[in-house]
Every structure is written in structure tokens, then in C-alpha cells.
Design a protein around this ligand. Structure first.
Ligand code: UD1
Length: 429
């Protein structure tokens, strides 16, 4: 198992370019099943979750090739022949549930398995299934196996009780070839949903409204091939911004879309962090100890993202004063707290509230990444802490960050990955 070894205490500095968004690339790769010609997708990050998605596409009969040199994926789904998502792949990656909508639209049938709970919460798929049922799918659940059948999908109004990102995307993809018009009311508004809309429309679909809470899809007969470029990853951008602030450094971030990070920018500015914003560039600098932020509440976009909650907590743990974070999206998302406390943080959790009393220093020790974003938070903590931090279970972090150690080493962070006793040293500067 890989581990990251970090010598903390160096303020991050320099310039970094952000890779493509995992959460946009995954549904877009799933949607490539809808196209009747090959598609080429650029700016696809090199991540474990992407590899699993490509494996599933191959398992379903598609040709899928990742080009390492220019971070692009070519998918040819013309020969796809299976509508059965294998259970072992479904268990490896929850996002395989995104294939339900495209497979149902393409084959009129899909067999999948309950993805089950995960480290951050229960993560049900009832809203996905209810949406597909509204479009005309017959859904049979036998234990963890789910079989959906719909010889014909028909456009209708689908009302989501909660703006689930995945359910919105699945319903959009299923509706693209349905008969007539589908309207999703109460849709999630995340930028990744707009990216999916733009991809589908590039292939000939007729979708509008993504980015608002009402999305309208007019069914078309078929989708053609083409090229598309994925948006930059706003969560990776946010992770770097928080790391710059927590280490009291100064970092320029290129190739980003600042408009996707409004809520984080607002919180960081309240903490006294300086942020300069350009078109696709941001400069983040913390020239003094950040101040506590009275209350941060995670909620669906455009509110503060749950995927940046753990990282922000590290900065608040080092701030002056007492902060409160309320997590409203996932019930089990404070697993990083115990690890941060072992590094000297003073954080108390009561249900979904974390009370954070800022301390002047964190101290390096051995910690364990329990999930993707908790792992990223521990890396930030290690970069900011005095002494050596060892982060175990790095595979969680590799699900969403393309070589996190290279990214931070480029900014002057003293961080290396140890792989099976063999050390790969990244001293980029
Ligand atoms: C996506 C993101 C994830 C992010 C999350 C919230 C991807 C690949 N993942 O996950 O990084 O943390 O959005 O911004 O895009 N829920 C139900 N029933 C459902 C669906 C969801 O009860 O059918 C609940 C979930 O348990 C959770 C909440 O709704 O409590 C949010 O889930 P959702 O927005 O669906 O997140 P994901 O699409 O799984």
C-alpha cells in the first residue's frame, strides 16, 4: 500500500494548472454509450475512478482507450452489447450507477446492483430509480440486484425531492432519447451538470436549463460522435486554495473557473485570505494567521460544497478563534476529525456539527485516509504541520487527485510517495 510522507511547515508557493473534473468526466464517459459514433474526450484526469469507468465500458463491449500524453479518452461504443453492470465493478466504484440511464436508453434494459453504503454515508439511489420509473421503466429489486426494463422511455415531468447530482444526471441521460419532452424539477445545479448538458448537446441532444433547478430535455432519435473538453476540477482547485491558506503561502492557480468557487472564495475572504481573480486564473495568499469563520454550512451548489468541507476544516483548525461547520449533505463525513485531533487539532463533533477551536500549530504523526476528501484534508494538514506526517491508505486520494504529491511538490511542498519500499522522490523545484 502506498503512503505519503510529508515534512511540513513550508509555505506553498508558485503556479499550478488544474486537471479536468472527475465528477464531470465520469458521467460524460457514461454518456458516451449513447453516441452511435466514436467520441473523443479531452482533459480527462488520470485517476483510479476513471480507470474503473473505462474498465466497465470495456466490459460492456465498448472500445475505450486512455491517451496518457494528452489526457484524452477515445470511446467507441458502436459494438456495446451488454446491459449488465458487473457487481464487482459496481462495488469498486459507486459512480458506475451513472451507467443506468444510458444503458436503459440504449438497450431498453439494465441490470445493476445496489452500490451500498460508503465511508461518507448511506448514499441511496432511490431518487435515480424513481426518476427512471417516471420515464416508464419497470424496476424489479431482488436483494441487491436491480433489473430495470423499458422497451420505450417516454418524456414526462420528474420532480426531485432533493437535488441529487447523480439522480439529475442519470435522468438527463435516460431522457435524451425518450419520446417527447422531459422536465426535471428540483434538479441539482452543479457545474458538472452543465458540462454533461454541453457534452450531450455537442453530440446532437436537445437539453437546456442545466445550472438552474429546471432542466428540459427534448428526446432525439440518435446521438452522433464528436470531441469534447472537460471543465477544470473545482474541488481540486479548492483543495489547492485551502492548502495555500493553511500553509500561509501564495499560489497562482491557472486553467480554473473562479465562478465555480464563489462560496469557497467568500469563506476564505472572511478568514482574511487574499484572493485575486482573473478570467481563468486565481492568486491566493495568506500573509497572516487566518481568522475563524463563525459558521459554514455545506449544501448543494451554489452553497458550500461538502467535497471541500474536510479540507476547509484543516485551515479553520489553524485559525484564530472558534469556527462551526455544519454538514448537511452526507451524514458520515467527519471521519477526518479524529485524525486531525491526533495531530493536535481541537475539534468537537456533535451530530452533524463540528466545533473547531483554532490552535497555533498542528504536529505531524501517522494518520489514515478514510475517504477521498478526508485524505486530501490530511495531506493539507501534513503540509501545514510541524514535523513529519505519514498518510496511509493513499488509494482513497488517488480516486480523485492525479498524483497529489506531484501537485504539491511543484508548489514547494516536501512530500513524497512511498510505494512498496521503493521511494519515488518528487522534488520539482
Ligand atoms: C456527487 C459527487 C460527490 C459529491 C456529491 C454532493 C460525483 C461522481 N460525485 O455524488 O463528489 O459529494 O455529489 O455534492 O459527481 N441521495 C438519496 N437518494 C438518491 C440519491 C442521493 O437519498 O437517490 C442522498 C445521498 O445519500 C446524499 C445526498 O442525497 O445524502 C447527496 O447525494 P448526491 O447529490 O446524489 O451525490 P452523488 O451524486 O452521489
Amino acid at each position: 500500500m502506498d503512503k505519503l510522507v510529508i515534512e511540513g511547515g513550508t509555505p506553498l508557493s508558485g503556479t499550478i494548472r488544474i486537471h479536468g473534473a472527475k465528477n464531470a468526466a465520469l458521467p460524460i464517459l457514461a454518456a458516451s454509450l449513447l453516441a452511435e459514433e466514436p467520441v473523443a474526450i479531452r482533459n480527462v484526469p488520470r485517476l483510479l475512478d476513471i480507470e474503473v469507468m473505462l474498465d466497465i465500458l470495456r466490459e460492456l463491449g465498448c472500445k475505450a482507450r486512455y491517451d496518457n500524453d494528452n489526457r484524452s479518452v477515445a470511446v467507441d461504443s458502436t459494438m456495446a452489447g451488454s446491459s449488465h453492470i458487473p457487481e464487482f465493478l459496481m462495488r469498486q466504484m459507486r459512480s458506475s450507477v451513472f451507467l443506468t440511464g444510458p444503458l436503459l436508453a440504449r438497450f431498453g434494459e439494465v441490470q445493476l446492483y445496489q452500490p451500498g453504503g460508503c465511508a461518507i454515508g448511506e448514499r441511496k439511489i432511490d431518487l435515480h430509480l424513481r426518476g427512471l420509473a417516471a420515464l416508464g421503466a419497470d424496476i424489479q429489486e431482488k436483494g441487491s440486484r436491480i433489473v430495470c426494463r423499458a422497451p420505450e422511455l417516454r418524456g414526462t415531468e420528474v420532480i426531485l425531492d432533493f437535488p441529487s447530482v447523480g439522480a439529475t444526471e442519470n435522468i438527463m441521460m435516460a431522457a435524451v432519447k425518450a419520446k417527447g419532452r422531459t422536465v426535471i424539477v428540483g434538479a441539482a445545479r452543479e457545474p458538472e451538470i452543465q458540462d454533461l448538458q454541453n457534452f450531450l448537446n455537442r453530440m446532437g441532444a436537445r437539453v437546456r436549463g442545466a445550472g438552474t433547478d429546471t432542466i428540459q430535455i427534448d428526446g432525439v432519435e440518435s446521438l452522433h460522435g464528436g470531441e469534447y473538453e472537460i471543465i477544470p476540477d473545482r474541488i481540486v482547485t479548492g483543495t489547492v486554495m485551502v492548502a495555500a491558506a493553511a500553509t500561509r503561502g501564495e499560489v497562482s492557480i491557472e486553467g480554473t473557473q473562479p465562478a465555480h468557487l464563489t462560496s469557497l472564495i467568500h469563506v476564505l475572504r472572511r478568514a482574511g485570505v487574499q484572493i485575486e481573480i482573473g478570467n481563468d486564473i486565481m492568486k491566493v495568499g495568506a500573509y497572516a494567521r487566518p481568522k475563524a469563520v463563525e459558521r459554514v454550512v455545506t449544501s448543494p451548489y451554489p452553497a458550500f460544497p461538502t467535497d471541500l468541507q474536510a479540507q476547509l476544516m484543516v485551515m479553520l483548525a489553524l485559525s484564530e478563534g472558534v469556527s462551526l461547520i455544519k454538514e448537511t449533505v452526507f451524514e458520515g463525513r467527519f471521519k477526518h476529525v479524529d485524525e486531525l485531533c491526533r495531530m493536535g487539532a481541537d475539534i468537537r463533533v456533535d451530530l452533524n456539527n463540528a466545533f473547531i477551536r483554532g490552535v497555533p500549530e498542528l504536529y505531524g504523526t501517522s494518520v489514515e485516509a478514510t475517504d477521498l476528501r478526508a485524505g486530501a484534508a490530511l495531506v493539507i494538514a501534513g503540509l501545514a504541520a510541524q514535523g513529519r506526517t505519514v498518510v496511509e491508505q493513499v488509494h482513497h486520494i488517488d480516486r480523485g487527485y492525479d498524483r497529489i504529491e506531484e501537485m504539491f511538490a511543484r508548489l514547494g511542498g516536501q512530500i513524497i510517495r512511498e510505494t512498496n519500499e521503493r521511494e519515488i522522490v518528487h522534488q520539482a523545484r
